[in-house]
Design a binder for this molecule. Structure first.
Ligand SMILES: [Zn+2]
Length: 60
């Protein structure tokens, strides 16, 4: 027997989307630098976190 809801993948996917959207909201492009990471300067935004979040959304 599988507990109700325990094997349902939808909550996990919803959570993944929430996290990805939160990353987009926080890791903003600030003069070609990430406002959170402070990285990307010189090489350009997006930072690694935004790239990962983008990949996460791409597989949903
Ligand atoms: Zn960042």
């Amino acid at each position: 027997m599988i507990p109700a809801g325990a094997s349902d993948p939808l909550p996990t996917l919803d959570r993944l989307a929430e996290v990805a959207i939160a990353v987009f909201d926080e890791h903003l492009n600030s003069a070609e630098c990430c406002a959170i990471c402070g990285t990307g300067c010189g090489t350009g935004w997006p930072c690694e976190q935004v790239v990962l979040a983008d990949h996460n959304l791409a597989v949903l």
